[in-house]
Design a protein around this ligand. Structure first.
Ligand code: 2AM
Ligand code: CA
Length: 311
């Protein structure tokens, strides 16, 4: 894990940025050809273009590296149990991404799955949240259905999220205020979906913890109210699929920030909603439950999740 001194600056909402009450930083004022509610905005101090290019390059190179490593045997270790794995490739890919970012932006912070974060990650002005391989079990068993996930947060606001599936060469990308894309195709959740017609996804069954939390029971009840449930094994990819309309919703418990940080931005930029199951905003440095879906049935889905939890 790579850490750098924290910028120790106050967190300011995007609205403050829009209103221009943000102090400029060493990067100066940068205009991003960006829209927020149809209004062109300026983000002072955030080098969006350089960050965007770097994040896309890192995701693509990291994906290529993972595919290369699949051609030879690699070590697989248990983290907490036989259903919680880490491979030498996870570690190598994360190191590659972290080194590449810090070479260009030495004062940025990095919160990555395979490293121990030493310090207060939320204190960094710019924080990169990385999962080098989301869906490690799929990577080991299937060699497909995994993704590189990279999110960039600036003063607490999610600026950009990338989920890259190397096996299919699919790059899902969301940039705050500028939309979401799958490769060159814009993503927009325009289709109205009733809950009973929805195809949902969850990753609650990955270990015994699901039973302790009780989410397995909740999801089982939900399954009777929707068209179908899927379990793909990569939270980042599942959220990207919600943004692309391949799935209508995703529900999970106790995920880590690197599992959902990028997916959240992509879902929101595609016009979807991504929150905690309580309805609160997703944190970006703490574990959380996640519900992400087409906006047409968000309230209904949350109602059923709560009803099932109470009964
Ligand atoms: P991971 O592959 O990066 O560990 C389904 O397993 C989803 O839940 C994946 O996105 C997986 O991410 C995530 N997950 C988080 N914690 C996990 C754990 N302890 N065991 C297995 N999967 C976990
Ligand atoms: Ca991982």
């Amino acid at each position: 894990m790579c850490t750098r001194p924290a910028a120790n600056l106050p967190r300011v909402s995007l609205m403050s940025v829009v209103l221009g009450v943000y102090p400029s930083s060493k990067y100066g004022t940068l205009t991003i050809a960006d829209r927020l509610g149809g209004v062109a905005i300026q983000l002072q101090g955030f080098p969006i273009d350089a960050v965007k290019q770097l994040a896309l390059r890192c995701a693509r190179e990291a994906g290529k590296l993972s595919l290369e490593r699949l051609k030879q045997p690699f070590s697989v270790e248990y983290k907490t149990s036989a259903s919680d794995l880490v491979t030498a490739v996870d570690k190598e890919v994360e190191q590659y991404v972290a080194d590449t970012i810090l070479k260009e932006f030495p004062d940025h912070g990095i919160l990555g799955e395979e490293s121990t974060f030493q310090g207060e990650s939320s204190a960094y002005e710019t924080l990169w949240i990385i999962d080098p391989i989301d869906g490690t079990t799929n990577f080991v068993h299937q060699q497909i259905n995994y993704a590189v996930s990279i999110a960039v947060y600036y003063r607490g606001e999610g600026m950009m999220g990338i989920v890259y599936d190397p096996s299919r060469d699919e790059m899902f990308c969301g940039i705050r205020g500028a939309g979401a894309y799958l490769n060159d195709r814009p993503l927009a959740l325009k289709r109205k979906v009733k809950l009973e017609e929805a195809l949902l996804c969850t990753s609650v069954f990955w270990n015994k913890r699901a039973e302790q939390i009780g989410i397995d029971r909740i999801v089982k009840k939900l399954a009777g109210k929707v068209r179908g449930m899927r379990l793909l094994g990569s939270a980042a990819l599942e959220m990207a699929y919600v943004a692309a309309g391949r799935l209508d919703g995703y529900v999970s418990m106790a995920l880590h920030p690197w599992d959902f940080a990028a997916g959240k931005i992509i879902v929101e930029e595609a016009g979807g909603i991504a929150t905690q199951i309580s309805g609160e905003a997703l944190p970006y440095t703490q574990n959380s439950s996640v519900m992400a879906c087409n906006p047409t049935f968000y309230d209904e889905l949350r109602f059923h999740l709560h009803k099932s939890a109470e009964s």
